[in-house]
Ligand binder design. Structure first.
Ligand SMILES: *[C@@H]1O[C@H](CO)[C@@H](O)[C@H](O)[C@H]1NC(C)=O
Ligand SMILES: *[C@@H]1O[C@H](CO)[C@@H](O)[C@H](O)[C@H]1NC(C)=O
Ligand SMILES: *[C@@H]1O[C@H](CO)[C@@H](O)[C@H](O)[C@H]1NC(C)=O
Ligand SMILES: *[C@@H]1O[C@H](CO)[C@@H](O)[C@H](O)[C@H]1NC(C)=O
Ligand SMILES: *[C@@H]1O[C@H](CO)[C@@H](O)[C@H](O)[C@H]1NC(C)=O
Length: 512
């Protein structure tokens, strides 16, 4: 989507540039003739005229150079011969072969998290997917390891992504031809093993070591790390201790000089830095083939949804009252006969309150799934519910609309979701049920179709096999990275910057 939009903008620019440079050329001709013929007239406004001539000439040159480069790239990628025959052209990625202390050894520390988050060891098995789900009584065998379902931890993306990248079709060992460099450091697992009860130096040790290692490689000097990317499968706040409200939270990986230069994929962007991009939380479903995906889409399309709405989650008593929306959502759900809830009290050492199968069963039985913010704005549950074909109901723009720029539609949020501002619920006691009941059935049908259409790009396919044609979340993210690095290599020109000022961007921000 992003690509085709970018292409059509390029085409538009090429067209208008041809017009502009043609016009400029003929005007320059006229100015030149007059300048030679009528010297007296030229004395009237000499400075202005020289300026005009220089200006037009500069623009002509600029537009000429700029758009011959762009249009030749467009042409090369369009005709199927010569260099363009290489399908990996412009898509090569070099993956650093990091010493095991930066990934495999970190996973071996999985027991370190036991006291606070439960033993992670079970969750890092099967290429990061966790343990296969066993058949449950009443889901007809749809949610089992056999069918691609695993007890995946929400913070397991570091290793899932790494293992998927090993399968990337355009890997190269020649970093000179690579468009981007992947750094398979397990930043999220590194956070978890030292978060509780360790000092700053211990928490940052692996990050400092990594940056030193990277900066000593020849690949770093090419763009000072600006073409490097890594996956830190938690929120962006977890890796910027020195700029956090709480100076005791997280590592400082992304605030270090080298860390700042890299692009990072996180589950929730802080929205304060241009280098972090959010990608979907991993869900429990990891298909192995296109057929697995299509079969699942058919299944959720055919479900009888007996509940109008559903909520899975715990209250958040620590969140300040002024923004605490969950209490209201839970109270409304409890009071409604059309709402199903899997509530739970959070306890230390437990990572989740319900089995994946019971969560996924409920989401398949509900038309709308309520997704109020918790500790932070984003939720794994958003992705679990969408994979079940349940239409998400958001209360905060930071939960999805401001996140996931590559995986969720940038415009038309209301085509796949419902938005009820949290202040309406907290202050005006707006009835969620009434809002949802007021949506006409045909609209609901269309929204659900849109959610089902989005499912493939929200999934992380099983890294040990390969989808044939369907693009999963990793494919989408890699495209986003390649576009981003290309944008850093060839920063948008002054002309494009002016044009883009007329395009509405992030207009919802104004509404906050
Ligand atoms: C890169 O080199 C490694 C080890 O020498 C080899 O196993 C791997 O297949 C190579 N990868 C590519 C894409 O050529
Ligand atoms: C840890 O680092 C943060 C900033 O990154 C700092 O504010 C805090 O004082 C440090 N804590 C200790 C105990 O040194
Ligand atoms: C980060 O990139 C800038 C150029 O964009 C460069 O000047 C700087 O030295 C880089 N930092 C490191 C630590 O390489
Ligand atoms: C949905 O309900 C209809 C009619 O009650 C029934 O025929 C159908 O088998 C049900 N479908 C599923 C997937 O349960
Ligand atoms: C909110 O509205 C419901 C009915 O929709 C009502 O029962 C409840 O008392 C109201 N709560 C407050 C705090 O006004």
């Amino acid at each position: 989507m992003k690509r085709s939009a970018a292409n059509s903008i390029v085409q538009l620019l090429v067209k208008s540039a041809r017009k502009a440079s043609g016009g400029a050329r003929s005007r320059r001709g006229a100015v030149g003739m007059k300048g030679i013929g009528i010297k007296a007239a030229a004395n009237v406004l000499p400075r202005l005229r020289i300026l005009a001539v220089l200006g037009v000439a500069a623009w002509t040159f600029f537009l000429y150079v700029h758009f011959t480069v762009i249009s030749s790239t467009v042409e090369v990628s369009n005709n199927g011969d010569g260099l363009a025959a290489d399908p990996c052209r412009g898509r090569y990625i070099y993956m650093h072969d990091l010493p095991p202390r930066f990934n495999a050894d970190i996973i071996r520390d999985c027991r370190k998290t036991e006291d606070h988050w439960g033993d992670m060891c079970g969750f890092v098995s099967n290429a990061g997917l966790g343990r296969p789900l066993a058949a449950a009584a009443d889901d007809g065998g749809a949610i089992t390891g056999e069918a691609g379902w695993y007890g995946t931890h929400q913070f397991a993306l570091d290793s899932i992504f790494h293992n998927r990248m090993k399968q990337y079709e355009c890997l190269t060992n020649h970093s000179a031809v690579a468009s981007a460099v992947f750094v398979p450091f397990y930043a999220g697992f590194d956070f978890a093993r030292y978060h509780w009860g360790y000092d700053n130096a211990t928490r940052d040790a692996a990050s400092v070591d990594l940056i030193e290692w990277l900066m000593a490689r020849p690949q770093w000097r090419r763009m000072w790390g600006r073409d490097h990317f890594l996956v830190a499968g938690r929120t962006g706040w977890d890796f910027r201790r020195s700029s956090n409200v709480n100076p005791d939270w997280g590592t400082d990986l992304l605030a270090m000089p080298g860390g700042r230069n890299m692009t990072v994929l996180v589950l929730e962007s802080t929205l304060k830095y241009t280098s972090d991009f959010s990608v979907p939380y991993p869900t429990y479903f990891h298909p192995r083939s296109d057929a697995d995906v299509l079969r699942w889409q058919d299944r959720v399309r055919g479900q009888n949804r007996t509940w109008l709405m559903a909520f899975v989650g715990a209250p958040r008593p620590d969140v300040p009252m002024s923004i605490r929306i969950r209490d209201h959502v839970i109270a409304q759900c409890k009071a409604s006969s059309a709402c199903a809830m899997l509530g739970c009290a959070r306890t230390l050492g437990s990572t989740q309150c319900h089995t994946p199968a019971s969560i996924m069963r409920l989401f398949q039985k509900a038309v709308f799934c309520l997704q109020p913010p918790g500790d932070s704005c984003t939720r794994r549950s958003v992705f679990d519910s969408m994979v079940a074909g349940c239409i998400p109901v958001f209360f905060h723009t930071g939960t999805a609309y401001e996140q996931y720029p590559w995986h969720l539609p940038k415009d038309g949020h209301l085509k796949y979701s419902v938005f009820i501002p949290d202040a309406d619920v907290r202050r005006r006691n707006v009835s969620i049920e009434a809002v949802l009941r007021a949506i006409p059935p045909a609209t609901v049908e269309r929204m659900r179709e849109e959610v089902i259409r989005l499912i493939p790009s929200l999934l992380y396919a099983d890294p040990r096999s390969k989808l044939e044609t369907i693009k999963d979340a990793v494919d989408v993210a890699v495209n986003g990275i390649l576009d981003t690095v290309a944008g850093i290599k060839n920063p948008p020109s002054l002309f494009a910057a002016i044009v883009s000022r007329f395009r509405p961007r992030r207009s919802w921000k104004a509404a906050r």
